[in-house]
Write a protein that binds this ligand. Structure first.
Ligand SMILES: C[S@@+](CC[C@H](N)C(=O)[O-])C[C@H]1O[C@@H](n2cnc3c(N)ncnc32)[C@H](O)[C@@H]1O
Length: 442
């Protein structure tokens, strides 16, 4: 008789035997139902997360609750709820939580359709030229004409009485704001377009209306899927979904202790210099959206400027990081050898790596507190480069977890379909390989 761990190893590796690129999901990934709602950086591959969840469900009975401590736009969540599993997601970025809220509710489609018609009417009738928001450097990112157009959309959304519908509209609006701003599309950072390429379109409304229509169709698809599986009685999903805007390094409430059977996540890979600045990507939409409509309140400090979210994220602050190097060396040999290499080249990478690993390490106790013993942990990680040196993040995380009574089960190597990366974000270009680390909490 195989043990549960052996069954997991056998299942994962038997798929490799058939096809070495099996776990790359190249050409087998589509952003269907809720996965197509919003643009968000570094989204995981839904089909892969779904298949991993199925694999765990097939080897162990009693898996009911999934946790993603870096939930992003909710790929793991979308796949969990279509399997009827309870879900908890945490993210420091309010835009990520807004996306997750809309993906897990707003199933009253006939009412939504009526509300969309009314919204379109309000948009056509609005002749006002008033600009609804102001924030530092707004004129850098939006031309006067675009500000007027976006303001009409904002007014039309705020006039909607139901919060759940407003949230649905804000998510579509987020993509409209990104598509009509003057930041380059080739990078997730806020980086102004060259003169001559500035966006002075008056078709923000068309962009928005098309996005609403497309999200409505995706929502229909999601609803059909849930209904077919008996997971949507009276237009509410059977799963309990709990979403929190929070820094995962904070200690959870007692009622969240030992709550989950399965963790599936993809943490940020590093600081915002070397990887994805989720906060900068989200800043302009968050300046236009009425964040009071989020179910959770948004801490003011996160919206102070375009760097606030990234500064509060893992690896966002280097203060005091060097003081932790010796302690972290004691926890991870791979961290220690990477540090030796970086110290020789005397690069700024020393501060960057130590701050990120310190923050990741600071999050682990609080993440594990939420997991049941015997729970599975699935981490998708990229091995990023700092000053030209490849940092074995998978090995470092494995050691940090082994220090906390977690055991290694197996690992998957996969190549990332390249189009997921912003093409000119050169630091991210090195991340075309990912590891999926599978462990268990003893
Ligand atoms: C790789 S993304 C997650 C992608 C997500 N799994 C998906 O498929 O959409 C990493 C996420 O970690 C979040 N993050 C960074 N630092 C955090 C922190 N201290 N606490 C909670 N979330 C954080 C970022 O905002 C980002 O959404």
């Amino acid at each position: 008789m195989l043990s549960v761990d052996e069954k997991i190893i056998k299942k994962i590796h038997s798929l490799y035997d058939v096809d070495k690129e099996y776990w790359s999901f190249s050409g087998r990934s589509k952003r269907t139902h809720c996965h197509g709602f919003i643009k968000y950086p570094a989204m995981m591959v839904p089909e892969m997360q779904g298949e991993l969840i199925d694999l765990f469900l097939s080897v162990r009975e009693g898996i009911n609750s999934v946790f993603d401590p870096f939930v992003g736009s909710g790929t793991t969540m979308g796949e969990s709820i279509i399997r009827g599993l309870d879900f908890q997601g945490v993210d420091i970025n309010p835009l990520a939580i807004l996306a997750c809220e809309t993906k897990s509710d707003s199933f009253y489609l006939s009412s939504l359709e009526e509300k969309i018609n009314l919204l379109n009417r309000r948009l056509i009738l609005d002749k006002s030229e008033a600009v609804e928001v102001d924030f530092p450097k707004i004129d850098k990112w939006f031309t006067p004409r675009v500000k007027i157009e976006l303001s009409k959309i904002r007014r039309a959304i705020t006039a909607e009485p139901s919060k759940w519908a407003r949230r649905f509209f804000w998510v579509a609006f987020s993509d409209t704001v990104r598509d009509s701003c003057n930041s380059r599309t080739s990078t997730y950072k806020l980086h102004i377009k060259p003169p001559g390429y500035l966006n002075d379109t008056s078709c923000c409304r068309d962009l928005f209306v098309r996005k609403i229509e497309s999200n409505f169709n995706l929502k229909k698809e999601q609803r059909e899927l849930l209904k077919e599986r008996g997971l949507l009685p009276r237009s509410r999903i059977t799963s309990t979904v709990d979403l929190q805007i929070s820094d995962i390094r904070k200690k959870p409430n007692k009622h969240d202790y030992e709550r989950h059977d399965l963790l599936i996540t993809s943490p940020p890979y590093g600081d915002n210099q070397t990887t994805v600045p989720y906060g900068q990507f989200s800043y302009l939409p968050l300046m236009w959206i009425d964040t009071k409509d989020l179910r959770n309140s948004v801490p003011d400090n996160l919206l102070l400027n375009s760097s606030s979210i990234d500064a509060a994220s893992l690896g966002g602050s280097k203060r005091g990081a060097l003081l932790n190097i010796d302690r972290l060396r004691g926890l991870s040999k791979n961290f220690s050898s990477s540090m030796d290499i970086l110290l020789k080249s005397n690069s700024s990478g020393v501060g960057r790596l130590s701050s990120f690993i310190r923050d990741l390490d600071d999050s682990l106790d609080n993440i594990l507190l939420r997991m049941k013993s015997g729970g599975f942990l699935v981490w998708t990680l990229g091995n990023r480069h700092i000053s030209g040196n490849k940092i074995p993040l998978n090995e470092i995380l494995r050691e940090l977890l082994e220090n906390r009574r977690c055991s290694f089960i197996t690992e998957i190597d996969r190549t990332i379909p390249f189009k997921r990366m912003a093409s000119r974000n050169s630091s991210s270009q090195t991340m075309n390989e990912e590891k999926v680390l599978i462990m268990t909490k003893r």
